[in-house]
Ligand binder design. Structure first.
Ligand SMILES: [Zn+2]
Length: 476
C-alpha cells in the first residue's frame, strides 16, 4: 500500500464528513466557554464520538469537562489531543475584519480552540475508518482536554496517568502555516497567596492594625530581589487579585496575589516556586500577618521529539499544501490590511521552521510546507501540551487558520475561526494528523525510537509541576 494511496484515502474520509465537522466547530464557536466550564462544548465532541462508536469516559482526572474516547484494542495506542476552551472578552462576528462583538465584553474563541477540538476529532475518526477498513490493529484515543488557556487541564490528566500507555500523542494548533512545531515552551507554576491581617483606623490607631497589603507589597519586593539569584531564563510575574479595599484610612486586613513562575524546565520552576513561597512567608513574619500559599496549577515545558516530528513531516508532505478559495483570500486580505507593520513582522518571526519567512511578507495566507526542525531557544509562552510530552512522545502539527499579521489571542482570531479559512485549516490539520498516526503504525521501529528519545529527554516519567493535593479550580 503506497503512502499516496493512504493520503488520498484519508483526504476522502475527512471530506466525506466535512459538513458535520464544520457544524460541530461552529457550534462550539457559538457557545464560547471559559476554562473548566466547557460543558456545552465538551458535549458536542462527546456526542460525536459516541455516534461514531467510540467508548467515552467522561469527567476523568477529577475534572468535569475532561474526557477520553476510545476505539479498538491492543497496542500500539495512538492518542489525539483536542481542546475547546475560549478566552475572555474576545467575542467577535465571524469573518468580520472589524471589531464587532457578538456579545459585548463576552468570551470568544480568540485562540481558535473550537477548531482544535474538532480537528483532532476528525483525525481520530478518519484514522479509525482507515485502520478498520485496511486490516490494522491498534487502539485510537481521543482526549478531550479542557482549560488549555487557564487552569491547564492536561496537567490533571497527565497526573492521573491518562497518557502513560500511549505510543504517541498527536496534536495541532491553528496558526500561521502548514508545518510541524519545533519549538519548546516554558514550564510554569501558578500560585495564589492570601494574606490576612487586622483592620484598624490608619490614623488614630495604626499600631493596632496588621496590614495584609504591606505583606503583599513586601512579598513583591522580596521576589524582586530574588530575581537576581535565579537563572536568567526564568520569568516571575504577579498580579494583585485583591488589594484589601479602596480606603487608604483603613488598615487592609486582606490581600491576594497571584504569581506565575516560569522556567525552561519543570524542575527549575518547582525549585523557584518554593523560594517565591518563602518570600511570602518572610513577608508575613515581618508584618505579623498570616499567609496561605496555594499552588493552583502548572505546566511542564514541551519536550520536542525529533522522531515523532519526522513521522509527522512525512504525513505533511504526503497530504500536500492546504488549498483556500477566492473568498478565503478576499477575507484574508482584509485582515492582512488591518495589521500593523509590527504585527506582520511579529507574525513572520514566529515561522521558526521556515528558512526565509520574510518572503511571505506580502502574502495573505501561507500554504508552503516546512518540515520539522528542532529549534533551540524557547518561546516565551507555556502550554499544557508540555505535560503530555512528559508522559509520551508528542508531536504538534501547525496549520494555517488565519491571515498573515493576525496577532495571537485576539478578536481577529475569533472572527477567522468560524469562516472558510479556519474551517479549511482545521480539516487540513486533521488529514495530516490522521496520516501521521497511520505512518506510525507502519513503522513500529520508529515508534520505539520515538519512545527511546522521550525517555532520554525526560527520564521516562511524568514530573508534575504541583503536588497531589492541587485540584482543578472551578469558578462557579
Ligand atoms: Zn491556543
Amino acid at each position: 500500500m503506497t503512502r499516496e494511496f493512504q493520503a488520498q484515502e484519508i483526504i476522502r474520509l475527512i471530506e466525506e464528513k466535512r459538513d458535520e465537522y464544520i457544524k460541530a466547530s461552529d457550534a462550539i464557536w457559538s457557545t464560547p466557554e471559559l476554562y473548566f466550564r466547557e460543558d456545552k462544548s465538551a458535549k458536542v465532541l462527546i456526542d460525536f464520538l459516541k455516534k461514531e462508536g467510540f467508548k467515552v469516559d467522561e469527567g476523568v482526572a477529577g475534572v468535569r469537562t475532561a474526557f477520553v474516547g476510545e476505539w479498538g484494542e491492543g497496542e500500539p495506542i495512538i492518542g489525539f489531543l483536542g481542546e475547546f476552551d475560549a478566552l475572555p472578552i474576545l467575542s467577535n462576528e465571524a469573518g468580520c475584519a472589524e471589531h464587532k462583538e457578538v456579545v459585548p465584553g463576552g468570551p470568544g474563541h480568540g485562540c481558535g480552540h473550537n477548531l482544535l477540538g474538532v480537528g483532532a476529532l476528525a483525525a481520530a475518526i478518519a484514522m479509525r475508518d482507515f485502520v478498520r477498513d485496511n486490516g490494522y490493529k491498534c487502539t485510537i484515543r481521543y482526549y478531550g482536554c479542557p482549560a488549555e488557556e487557564d487552569g491547564w487541564g492536561k496537567m490533571f490528566m497527565a497526573r492521573a496517568g491518562h497518557f502513560d500507555d500511549l505510543a504517541m500523542a498527536i496534536t495541532w494548533h491553528g496558526g500561521a502555516a502548514p508545518t510541524i512545531s519545533g519549538t519548546s515552551s516554558l514550564a510554569v507554576i501558578s500560585c495564589l497567596m492570601t494574606f490576612k491581617g487586622k483592620t484598624s483606623h490608619a490614623a488614630s490607631a495604626p499600631h493596632l492594625g496588621r496590614s495584609a497589603l504591606d505583606a503583599a507589597e513586601l512579598t513583591n519586593v522580596g521576589v524582586n530581589y530574588l530575581r537576581e539569584h535565579i537563572i536568567p531564563e526564568a520569568r516571575v510575574h504577579y498580579a494583585y487579585q485583591d488589594v484589601g479595599g479602596t480606603a487608604p484610612n483603613v488598615v487592609q486586613d486582606r490581600a491576594v496575589l497571584k504569581y506565575f513562575i516560569r522556567a525552561p524546565k519543570v524542575v527549575q520552576a518547582k525549585e523557584i516556586a518554593e523560594r517565591v513561597k518563602k518570600c511570602a512567608i518572610g513577608a508575613s513574619i515581618m508584618t505579623d500577618t498570616e499567609v496561605d500559599v496555594q499552588f493552583i496549577s502548572g505546566m511542564c515545558e514541551v519536550v520536542q521529539n525529533d522522531v515523532a516530528g519526522e513521522l509527522a513531516t512525512e504525513a505533511l508532505y504526503a497530504i500536500g499544501k492546504p488549498v483556500f478559495d477566492e473568498e478565503d483570500y478576499a477575507i484574508a486580505k482584509k485582515f492582512y490590511e488591518s495589521a500593523t507593520e509590527a504585527e506582520i513582522n511579529g507574525f513572520l518571526g514566529r515561522l521558526t521552521t521556515y528558512d526565509d519567512p520574510q518572503k511571505y511578507k506580502n502574502e495573505y495566507l501561507i500554504t508552503d510546507l516546512a518540515p520539522y526542525k528542532r529549534i533551540e531557544g524557547r518561546l516565551g509562552g507555556s502550554t499544557d501540551v508540555g505535560d503530555v510530552s512528559y508522559a509520551t512522545p508528542t508531536v504538534q502539527i501547525g496549520a494555517p487558520t488565519y491571515a498573515v499579521g493576525t496577532p495571537g489571542h485576539s478578536w481577529k482570531i475569533t472572527a477567522q475561526a468560524a469562516c472558510g479559512i479556519g474551517h479549511k485549516g482545521m480539516l487540513y490539520a486533521a488529514k495530516v494528523m490522521a496520516l501521521t498516526g497511520i505512518i506510525a503504525l507502519d513503522k513500529p521501529e520508529k515508534l520505539k525510537e520515538a519512545y527511546d528519545e522521550y525517555v532520554k529527554l525526560t527520564g521516562g516519567k511524568y514530573i508534575c509541576p504541583v503536588g497531589p493535593e492541587v485540584k482543578a479550580q472551578y469558578q462557579d
